[in-house]
Design a protein. Structure first.
Length: 301
């Protein structure tokens, strides 16, 4: 969220040459981060609540609910964190006089409540839900400032609508990248947790379609992600720009690590190898954020 706002949205807007004032203050933006943290924490708590029997098999050394914290305490914590998050979201939306983003934390809280008892028991739905919630995070970070720019500044910029669309596009690329990488990681985690998930009557990809299909699925999604990265890396070259630095950055931070991750996935066959492949996808997420920071210092637009 910090990178999306302070490395992408605001710097790109300031390139227009107008001293814009962001919609949210630093404190208000910190509250939007806190909202995301609280919703994530609440989602993890309720997931642990419903997955108690499954987690005792998949990760017995990491069980908290029912072992260190009573189940009824977990429910109270979950509801309390969600309530605080929604009240803070209401306050931020009221301060910004912009109301429809309130639907985002409401949607996330609702989806995460139903994740374990409903969505994870339906083939692929649970994975899509988690990936969608993660992809909404950078959008949540940007939506208030983008709305403010459209109302107050877009008419003052040269080719303002086009310029704002470019900012939206970069944010969208971050969201889509997050969505694709989380789809992969959720499938790999399901492969790690097959034994326990079977006890929970979950209909995960590896349980329904088998390990081989899970590997193929993860490879296809990763290939889509890498194709997107290749397209973005080649964009300056296709536009006959002499600056090859973006291409080098993409190759070093995204494409080569992505190919290594692809190789790890292709060799996955048991819990340990799937865990390594899942960890490699986490590194891809981190390197993606690093690439955004580095590319922001380069004239790659």
């Amino acid at each position: 969220m910090i990178i999306t706002r302070y490395v992408v949205v605001l710097p790109m807007a300031r390139k227009a040459g107008i001293g814009i004032e962001p919609q949210l203050s630093h404190v208000e933006f910190a509250l939007t981060i806190l909202i995301a943290v609280l919703l994530t924490a609440a989602g993890n708590i309720i997931n642990d609540y419903f997955d108690l029997r499954v987690d005792q098999i998949n990760k017995p050394d990491r069980v908290i609910v029912g072992k260190r914290i009573k189940r009824r305490v977990a429910i109270v914590l979950h509801q309390g964190l969600n309530l605080i998050a929604l009240l803070l979201a209401l306050w931020v939306c009221s301060s910004a006089h912009f109301w429809w983003p309130l639907t985002i934390p409401i949607l996330v809280a609702t989806l995460l409540w139903f994740y374990s008892p409903v969505f994870k028991k339906k083939w692929m739905i649970g994975n899509v839900v988690v990936a969608l919630c993660t992809a909404l995070v950078p959008f949540w970070a940007a939506i208030f400032d983008l709305h403010h720019m459209r109302l107050k500044y877009v008419d003052q910029w040269v080719d303002g609508e086009h310029f704002l669309s470019r900012i939206y596009l970069v944010v969208l690329i971050i969201c889509v990248s997050s969505f694709l990488l989380n789809l992969i990681r959720e499938a790999l985690k399901d492969a790690e947790d097959m034994q326990g998930d079977a006890k929970g009557a979950y209909q995960t990809l590896p349980l329904v379609s088998g390990m081989q299909w899970t590997v193929r699925y993860a490879q296809v999604i990763l290939a889509l992600y890498l194709a997107l990265m290749v397209f973005l890396a080649m964009r300056p070259v296709l536009q006959f720009q002499s600056n090859k630095v973006p291409l080098i950055i993409f190759l070093t931070l995204l494409i080569v690590p992505g190919l290594l991750s692809f190789l790890l996935i292709s060799k996955s066959s048991d819990k340990a190898s799937f865990a390594k492949a899942s960890a490699s996808v986490k590194w891809l997420m981190l390197l993606g954020l690093v690439a955004v920071v580095v590319l922001s210092r380069v004239n790659w637009n």
